[in-house]
Design a binder for this molecule. Sequence first.
Ligand SMILES: [Zn+2]
Length: 121
Amino acid sequence: MNRYDFERARKLYPGKKRNLEQEWANFEKKYRRSLDKICPLLTPAIEAQIAYRATTKDWCPPWKHFATWINGGWWTEEIPQTKKPKPNRCVICDNTDVTHSTDGKGWCCWRLDCKEAFARM
Ligand SMILES: [Zn+2]
């Protein structure tokens, strides 16, 4: 399972990389004791980076070589965008001064028009 997760991450990774045998050997040697912990984290970390780079207007450094990314433990890198939680917004008027939510519907604010529209949704 670990190797499968690792290979999924390796394939997804947009930077330069060697074949699975080489990358896995490097990874396994370095993180032998924490493979179970790390392997499931790799793909989500790469996906988050890809998504962030696709949407941000900030400058991003080029992708490192995969082995460099692995050796530096870069799957723990924080995505600048996710540091701030997204504010909850009223699904009707888009304001952030929401007061209540319903599962599946989202958030609604205190405005009467919104409350009524929300109730009819
Ligand atoms: Zn509203």
